[in-house]
Design a protein around this ligand. Structure first.
Ligand code: ADP
Ligand code: MG
Length: 242
């Protein structure tokens, strides 16, 4: 197995609170979609932030593509779509993508092409001249995803990218995620939706800052004798509490 991310016994406590992550150790393989699945408050965003270098950590705790998380060299290899949208509402879709393409260091001549490719990938070409602030939530989400895709990242980390979207859009996005993986991208995606979990290649089930199980959806269902991931999750939680 080629490993994209290694986490070694990571615990994180925000000021005077319970541990947001408690002794988490994990290996995430390359070339697959790994889903971080758990209820709200289970530590998904904290885990994601530690992978994309948004938290200050000792350098040996989290390794990403053979480098310490947050290394400058990872800037172009790892893209992160945060749970809260980080795009400019008072710019058009095209202007947003063009701006972030330049931030990535693309030469002027390459910007237009990359922006157009990305507009098509996230199905926003028809909306390219619309102000982002005037778009629907789902469209804004896709602008944000487009920004993450601009640099052809090796590792794409998406924090609840489908929350609040309609089922058709969710279906389309998953199709895109699978295409990206076929092209060699590794994807880490968080979701509180157990039904969405079944679409991932591997799962990391989380609860109260701890990993309660890892493995392919089918393996976890078989292991617990459950018919779906939600039942498997409940079974695992029950097992922990006993
Ligand atoms: P999830 O993404 O699964 O909803 P989070 O990682 O956001 O979970 O949160 C895990 C725990 O850490 C929660 O109890 C949350 O309240 C707490 N937490 C998250 N961010 C902060 C913060 N900036 N300050 C204090 N507590 C936080
Ligand atoms: Mg979160």
């Amino acid at each position: 197995m080629n490993v994209a991310v290694t986490i070694r016994d990571l615990s994180i406590t925000y000021a005077k609170k319970d541990k947001a992550l408690q002794n988490v150790s994990l290996e995430i393989p390359t070339g697959r979609i790994t889903g971080l699945i758990g209820p709200s408050g289970s530590g998904k965003t904290t885990l994601i932030k530690s992978v994309v270098g948004r938290l200050k950590l000792p350098t040996d705790k989290v390794t990403v593509l053979d480098l310490p998380a947050g290394s400058a060299k990872l800037r172009k290899k790892v893209a992160y779509m945060a749970q809260e949208l980080a795009v400019y509402h008072d710019l058009t879709v095209r202007q947003n993508l063009a701006y972030f393409t330049r931030v990535l260091g693309f030469k002027y001549s390459g910007v237009k092409r990359r922006v157009n490719e990305t507009l098509r990938a996230v199905d926003l070409y028809d909306k390219r001249n619309s102000m982002v602030g005037n778009l629907s939530g789902g469209q804004q989400q896709r602008v944000s995803l487009g920004v993450a895709l601009l640099g052809h990242p090796k590792l794409l980390v998406l924090d609840e990218p489908t929350t609040g979207l309609d089922p058709v859009l969710i279906e389309n996005l998953w199709q895109l995620f699978h295409e990206l993986v076929e092209d060699g991208t590794t994807i880490i995606i968080s979701s509180h939706s157990m039904s969405e979990a079944a679409r991932c290649d591997d799962l990391v089930l989380m609860r109260s800052g701890k990993i309660i199980a890892t493995g392919a959806p089918k393996k976890l269902m078989k292991q617990t004798g459950a018919d779906d991931v939600e039942q498997a999750f409940l079974h695992l939680v029950k097992g922990e509490e006993e």
